[in-house]
Structures are given as structure tokens and as C-alpha cells.
Ligand binder design. Structure first.
Ligand code: C2O
Ligand code: CU
Length: 478
């Protein structure tokens, strides 16, 4: 079966928002798609790996003429791609060379909160560094790193603080899938920006409390990119790294493609598409097969009707590998019968956004859940103002399962682990959440201006054997 629609409620697409900024083709020459280099470990042994991740300011030649002032991780814009291996013990030095406080949030890594996961309670001050250590026990996945200081996450991400983090494990490595980074395994970070005078970005000027947008697609930090295809199949690791924009992806010729992974794991079974929509912070790994094309052809990836990447086909050797129809066995999980269903309400637009009727407070623990126990969370989007909007709901420090949408089956590509799920207006999405580690975890809408605007809360995962809830040092808004 080939899925030929975007699944989500058409009436709630961001195109219907009064403040919607349509994508436009920027009048600049085509350039090769930037492929971020891999971050080399400072040191590596059979059991341990050491990395330094530096948040820095710089200038990037994005357009002809003036360079754009940008921020990045170990790079002037976005960052080097980080690869972690499951089971290895990682030691990461987080270095802040920016003129302001930042945090290093590992979106999608199963690390403990509120410090190691780099949410708002783990500031690194300008000129300082901090060190974290963790070992991952989670399936292979495409995750990411972004800044998360409250309430300036959106502005820092807009400056460029976002990069891809690939988690590898032996199971994934045993499958016949493309994994030659930069050749047939390609990161695609999808963002949008507006270029002002002198090719600069101006977050304040473009500010919109429902999410900042720009008309120019920025793919891995490049405008009008092309990629030279030298293999029959490509694996694209796509991340919606935009503050606000949904991406409605499809190829020229309605080329069919296969999704093999969602946010936090492979899909149990591959799913075929001609159209795929991603909401903010979601990831999809897809396999595109160019078997019906020949040297000199160009295959274009579009969002809505705007071309965002051109794949230039070169000569390739035939590749007869088949994507397996079983990609991963996920353990059957049931909700703990003693735990009630947790209700979460996302409401409002603009400055009115709230979670369960409240604005985020860094010092307030909004909910608790026993560590290791699975609980249903019902996430409702009450938003029926002017058609409403899709809110992408994200939880830190866990991989969840999507159980149902308004009591119906989740979408065909929602059967793997996820950490972000788009919730349509008037819809209740049931997810099954389990925290593997104690700690404090944030959950929020991933339209980043909604998160900064207070559509966020935090939960403490605790060990029931402890007599009293552990106290964590939590930052306050200042
Ligand atoms: Cu990707 Cu709390 O965020
Ligand atoms: Cu939202």
C-alpha cells in the first residue's frame, strides 16, 4: 500500500494561519548541499568516547555577497553531526563561547533530566564549560541537539544552534540499509529564514508569537541546494528543525519513497509514501530509490509546491538490496493498571498559549510519575480558534508509543518509538510514556515560540521506594 496523503487535518495546516509566510524560491545560484562533517571524538577507547561540543558565533557564506552572522556547534552554522554508539560511555564537554547563556539539549536521547538532558535547568554561562557523562540504552535513531534556555530557545535556534545527532546500534547495523555518511546516508535539516539587508537574519524584526517563519528554505544551512547522487538508493535523515514550519514533502514525478524510521527508532515495518508531512522537531528516515532514473536526470524534493533540494543523478551501479519488511521488533508494552490516564491540554494561540490552563514555571513540578512504569497520556489540542493549528507535542527523556488518535489507529508511520507527535485541533492523541530514569523532564509544544511562550510543563519521575520526592535545583526565570 502506498500512502498518498499527509494524514494531518488539512484545515489546520500552517498555510491557513493569518501569519503564514509561504516559501518562495530565493533568487540565488544553486549550490552543493552542505553536508555537515562528523564530529570526531577527542579520544576513544573500546568502552568510552570523549567529545567537545562548542557553541560558537561566526559568519557563514550562505548567499552571494555579505556573509550572514550565525551560531553553531563546532561550526559557524548548525553544527557538525554527532554520532553516539549505544552502550558506549560518552564524556561530553559542553563549551559556551557565545556572548550569552545557553543550554545543550539532547532532543531524543534517553538521558536523565533536568541536567544531563540540557533543558532549561542546565545553563552553561558565557566563557564557561560543563561536563556530562551518559551511556545510551535506546534503539538506533536520528535525534538532534539544540539550545534550550528559557525563554530564548527559539531565538537561539533561529541563530543556528541545532545539529543532528545519530544514534547507532548493532541491530540497525545488521540491516541492508544505506549508511555511508555523506554519500548515501544524508542528513537533511529543514529550516526557513528571512534574509534582511546585507544577508542578515533579524529574529526580533520577524517575531511572531505563533512561530517565526521566513520565506526561504534553508536546508543544512544552504539555499537552493543540489546533491550529486552516485548511488541507486539514498537514505535521507530528515529533521524538521524549523521554529514553526510544517514541511509537506513530495518528489517530482510523484516518486514513491519508503519511510524506515520515525523520531526514536526504526519503524516495525517500512511504510511507502508519495507525500509526507513533518511537524516541528519530528524526524523521518526515508529511502529513495532512483532505479528508474539515469545519469543527467534531476529529481526534485518539494515542500508544498516549492523546490527545496535537487538531486542530480549520476552514473550508479545497480543496487538490488531490498528494504526488509520487518525492521525492528518493539517489545509489547502495556500501561501500568494502577496508574490513571494523565490528561494534558494544549490551548490557545499567540501569547495565550497554555498547558493545562497554566503558563510554564521553571520552579513548579506539574506532575509526577513512578520511574520505569508506563502510563497513558492523553494529549488534547483544544485549539479551535480560526481553524486551529497542529501543535507538535514533545516529551524529554523518553521514547513513547502513539496508541491512538481520537480512539482510532495512529498514522501508518507512527508505529515506532517517537518523542514528538503532531496533535490536530480538537483531537486527543493517546501516548504510552515510560521514564527509564528518575529526574525532572520538560514536556511542551515544539513550535518553539509556543514553548518559550509558556506552553510547557515539567514532570518528575521518581523512585517509589524513596520516602520523599527528591529535590532538584531548578533555575528560575530571570
Ligand atoms: Cu527539542 Cu524541550 O525540546
Ligand atoms: Cu503549539
Amino acid at each position: 500500500k502506498i500512502n498518498t496523503d499527509y494524514f494531518f487535518d488539512e484545515a489546520a495546516f500552517n498555510t491557513h494561519d493569518g501569519g503564514y509566510v509561504p516559501l518562495e524560491v530565493y533568487d540565488a545560484p544553486e549550490v552543493p548541499l552542505a553536508i555537515p562533517p562528523l564530529l570526531e571524538p577527542d579520544q576513544e577507547t573500546a568502552t568510552d568516547a570523549y567529545y567537545t561540543v562548542e557553541a560558537q558565533a561566526g559568519e557563514t557564506q550562505i548567499l552571494p555577497g555579505a556573509k550572514t552572522k550565525t551560531w553553531g556547534y563546532n561550526a559557524s552554522l548548525l553544527g557538525k553531526t554527532i554520532v553516539y554508539h549505544v552502550g558506549k560511555h560518552n564524556h561530553v564537554t559542553l563549551k559556551n563561547s557565545l556572548p550569552e547563556l545557553t543550554t545543550f539539549h539532547w532532543h531524543g536521547l534517553g538521558v536523565s533530566g533536568p541536567y544531563i538532558d540540557g533543558g532549561c535547568h542546565a545553563p552553561v554561562y558565557p566563557g564557561e564549560e560543563s561536563k556530562i557523562e551518559f551511556t545510551l540504552h535506546q534503539p538506533a535513531a536520528t535525534t538532534w541537539l539544540h539550545a534550550h534556555p528559557c525563554p530564548s530557545t527559539a531565538e537561539q535556534v533561529w541563530h543556528g544552534l541545532a545539529t543532528m545527532v545519530i544514534v547507532k546500534d548493532e541491530h540497525e547495523e545488521s540491516l541492508p540499509l544505506p549508511r555511508n555518511y555523506g554519500v548515501d546516508d544524508i542528513p537533511l535539516v529543514l529550516q526557513d529564514r528571512r534574509f534582511h539587508e546585507n544577508n542578515q537574519w533579524d529574529y526580533r524584526e520577524d517575531y511572531d508569537p505563533d512561530g517565526v517563519q521566513g520565506p526561504t528554505a534553508l536546508i543544512n544551512g544552504t539555499v537552493n541546494p543540489y546533491f550529486d547522487v552516485t548511488t541507486q538508493k539514498l537514505r535521507l535523515r530528515i529533521l524538521d528543525g524549523a521554529n514553526r514550519r510544517e514541511w509537506r514533502l513530495h518528489f517530482s514525478d510523484n516518486l514513491e519513497f519508503t519511510q524506515i524510521a520515525g523520531d526514536s527508532s526504526l519503524l516495525p515495518e517500512p511504510v511507502k509514501f508519495t507525500k509526507l508531512m513533518l511537524t516541528c522537531a519530528e524526524r523521518a528516515e526515508i529511502i529513495v530509490d532512483f532505479k528508474d532514473y539515469k545519469e543527467g536526470d534531476v529529481v526534485t524534493l518539494f515542500s508544498d509546491d516549492v523546490p527545496i533540494v535537487r538531486f542530480r543523478i549520476h552514473d550508479f551501479t545497480p543496487d538490488n538490496t531490498v528494504v526488509p519488511d520487518k525492521l525492528i521488533d518493539l517489545p509489547k508494552e502495556e500501561a501500568d493498571p494502577d496508574l490513571p490516564v494523565r490528561a494534558i491540554l494544549m490551548s490557545g494561540m499567540d501569547e495565550e498559549v497554555m498547558l493545562n490552563g497554566k503558563k510554564f514555571n521553571m520552579q513548579r513540578i506539574d506532575a509526577t510519575q513512578p520511574v520505569g512504569k508506563a502510563q497513558y497520556w492523553d494529549i488534547t489540542n483544544s485549539n479551535d480558534m480560526v481553524g486551529g493549528m497542529v501543535h507538535p507535542f514533545h516529551v524529554h527523556g523518553t521514547e513513547f508509543l502513539v496508541i491512538s488518535r481520537n480512539g482510532h489507529e495512529p498514522y501508518a508511520n507512527e508505529h515506532g518509538y517517537k518523542d514528538t507527535v503532531g496533535v490536530n485541533p480538537g483531537e486527543t492523541v493517546r501516548i504510552l510514556v515510560r521514564f527509564a530514569q528518575t529526574g525532572v523532564y520538560m514536556y511542551h509544544c515544539h513550535i518553539i515560540e509556543h514553548e518559550d511562550g509558556g506552553m510547557m510543563a515539567q514532570i518528575q519521575s521518581y523512585d517509589p521506594a524513596e520516602k520523599e520526592l527528591k529535590k532538584y535545583k531548578l533555575m528560575d526565570m530571570d
